[in-house]
Ligand binder design. Sequence first.
Ligand SMILES: Nc1ncnc2c1ncn2[C@@H]1O[C@H](COP(=O)(O)OP(=O)(O)OP(=O)(O)O)[C@@H](O)[C@H]1O
Ligand SMILES: [Mg+2]
Length: 370
Amino acid sequence: MARLQSLSLHHFRNIEQAELAFAPGLNVLIGDNAAGKTSVIEALWLLASGRSFRSHKPQQLIAFEQPQLVLFCEVAQHNQTFKLGLARDAQGVSLKLNGEKQPSQAEFARHLPIQLLTPESHRLLEEGPKARRQFLDWGCFYHHPNFMPAWRYYQRALKQRNQALKSQLSTDQVNLWNAPLVEAGERISQLRADYLTALTPYLVDFCQQLMPELQREPELKFYTGWPANAPNYASVLEDHLARDRQLGHTQYGAHRADIKIKVNHQEPLIGLSRGQQKLFVCALLLAQAHYLQAQTDDSVIMLIDDLPAELDLVHRTSLLQLLQNLGIQHLITSTARELIPGHENAQVFEIHKGTITGQRPSRSITSTGV
Ligand SMILES: Nc1ncnc2c1ncn2[C@@H]1O[C@H](COP(=O)(O)OP(=O)(O)OP(=O)(O)O)[C@@H](O)[C@H]1O
Ligand SMILES: [Mg+2]
């Protein structure tokens, strides 16, 4: 179980200084437009992933005219408390876990299994395969400790092969990288394929709960990133060398993987309304969350930015009920507390022009069964 206990922010976007102590179940952050709600969600996502979901320039996260931002959170996991600190200034980022400097973000991610639902989340269905690969890899990362090393190994080999192609080096020098690429690429593919197969029954279940009106079960098909009719990945690299040379990069591989989704025998963008697309993304995240709980002793922390913009009251209620049933800690933002079903029993924070005030729930969250 991972439980977010507290978060403090210093010079993060419009928040000069704030401290939040979270409840184990439902946490609600209320504020007007531009108050700083998404900034709080963004800060947690930054701690977990090292990235923002709305800016490619990390400098933009530092409050105007300040030299650095600092984030700090405490997570209870496996009967221990982990203290995660992140500081960013013009020179770069520095990370500390329990006071010890960290070379990479991966350890932070392990302690913060965060899932994110924003008004842009339906892009998972709309845009290119990158978001769907990230979705798959999120799961593989938490379920398989050897996924990350394989992925890093693959990225290194791919970079070298592409460099060799771009520099028009000899065939031998290009092919030198085929073996590591094939080894890591096939391992990654197997993990992704197995993950998707295991996840599908959970998805079917949550789709039924959130969209009982659907006539058929959704189908998810894994695309490895190379032609399905090829005997193996090694032969694809050999057969497409000439084209790779022309392009100056490796056309096929695990870096091109995707999930082909069908709902009611159609692509979700055709077969589902916009609201249903959002519910489908909710079902995907809930499936990941439940599968993680079923297979490991971990539990996700779900962040939902602007829930009312996402779903109508009936579906908001269903989603929150499912999260409560699963015992998932969640932080939800909204412009008005009345829009959040069950807010009476939640830890409610208010944010006004970057200043946060919080009050303890009137009834203990644990007494409501969360
Ligand atoms: N680096 C920064 N320094 C100071 N303020 C910033 C910085 N970056 C963004 N802001 C401001 O922070 C404010 C809060 O933005 P945020 O998106 O978090 O608000 P919000 O509460 O989510 O609003 P909405 O309800 O409209 O989604 C905005 O007014 C924005 O202009
Ligand atoms: Mg916002």
